[in-house]
Design a protein around this ligand. Structure first.
Ligand code: ATP
Length: 365
């Protein structure tokens, strides 16, 4: 089973909520649609489920075009959260609830409840009511309810959004495992990057109705294709420093002027040589890749440490060159003192260069 979206578009009057997106979700694959509020994630999901009619483009499930099929005939399961149990019904009754509308026989319902409770390890708590369950158990029941109709694919819209932080963390791992066992194409909508990074096989990062990048969690983090993805993925955010290319010296070493009068010579992608001198670029470097030293060197700029925030194993420091703020995350043993003037270094291979049209020159390895 696969999901294929071809040039899928949704307009609400003059607003284009989803703008000609192409996307494939493979058999057994978990794909997360990730992006800021209003970028079109839910609308995309609703079109796949048949709850919203596509203005243009095609939706294929298992190779068959389903645009004109009613939601019921698509055999997809869309659920909005894993947390809607009926408090007065037992676990077994909660699980069976979605099946009653399907007119299945009693024996068939029992068989499905058994299968799902085996998969989710709910067999010992089938007679309890939600009030008698631990939080993690409630979640597993809620997942069970979402998937018991045995649909061809699963669509989840912000499934963990109502949970407290600790439970979210537990559930992320647990849901990933369950989804892997079920081996059906799954689309999860989330605006929480950690959720996407931990649960997805691939992430589609969306902005303004378009897909900016579709890739593995590792690649969207390590090799963002453009400035938006670079800034959106990663906590703390990637440092993005405007600069002007003033010279290239072969093998990817280049000179940059930074607004405020400083300059540096750092190693970036060799394709920097393709850019014209004077080109405006944005240099991107993750806070964990920046290094500091007390001796000046050409591969960085001088900054002042404004704020130091210990975070246990690591320390977050806010640095400033007077014009730009940079964040540095360092091992807790690195001595960092507020008010110190330090040299902030951009180590070889760690800096992404984004051109004026916001595309990456190439990602750092
Ligand atoms: P969120 O995470 O906030 O739900 P989202 O990425 O899921 O955001 P959508 O809900 O898909 O975004 O909305 C995309 C755009 O379409 C938004 O600008 C939204 O206001 C608009 N929109 C969604 N549904 C409708 C509707 N029924 N009528 C008009 N505009 C709509």
């Amino acid at each position: 089973m696969t999901i294929e979206l071809k040039k899928l578009t949704k307009r609400f009057g003059s607003l284009t909520a989803v703008d000609a997106i192409d996307l494939d979700v493979g058999d057994g694959e978990v794909l997360c649609l990730l992006g800021p509020s209003g970028c079109g994630k839910t609308t995309t999901l609703r079109m796949v489920a048949g709850l919203e009619y596509a203005t243009e483009g095609d939706i294929y499930l298992q190779g068959a075009r389903v645009n004109d099929l009613a939601p019921r005939d698509r055999n997809v399961a869309m659920s909005f959260q894993f947390y809607a149990l009926y408090p007065s019904l037992s676990v077994a009754e909660n699980l069976a609830f979605p099946l009653h509308a399907d007119g299945l026989s009693r024996a068939e319902i029992e068989q499905r409840v058994k299968r799902i409770s085996d998969t989710l390890q709910l067999d010992k708590i089938l007679t309890r009511t939600p009030g008698q369950l631990a939080e993690g158990e409630k979640q597993r029941v809620a997942v069970g309810r979402s998937i018991i109709r045995d649909p061809q694919c699963f669509l989840f819209d912000e499934p963990l959004s109502r949970l407290d932080v600790q439970l979210r963390e537990e559930m992320r791992g647990e849901i990933k495992e369950v989804l892997q066992d079920l081996s059906k194409p799954t689309v999860i909508v989330t605006h929480d990057q950690l959720e996407a990074l931990t649960m997805a096989d691939r992430i589609a990062v969306m902005r303004d109705g378009r897909i900016e990048q579709v890739d593995t969690p590792h690649n969207v983090f390590q090799s963002p294709e453009n400035l938006f993805v670079a800034g959106f993925i990663g906590t703390p955010q990637m440092n993005l420093l405007p600069a002007t290319l003033t010279g290239t010296n072969g093998h990817g070493t280049a000179d940059f002027a930074i607004a405020g009068g400083q300059s540096m010579t750092i190693e970036v992608d060799p394709r920097i040589a393709d850019l014209a001198q004077g080109a405006n670029v944005t240099l991107g470097i993750r806070p964990r890749n920046l290094e500091i030293s007390h001796d000046p060197a050409p591969d960085g700029i001088s900054t002042k440490i404004d704020i130091v925030e210990p975070m246990g194993a690591e320390t977050l420091a806010h640095l400033s060159d007077g014009q730009h703020d940079l964040r540095l995350v360092a091992d807790w043993r690195v001595p960092l003192s507020e008010g110190d003037q330090v040299h902030t270094r951009f180590p070889p291979g760690a800096t992404h260069v984004f051109t004026e049209n916001e595309q990456v020159l190439r990602s750092a390895p």
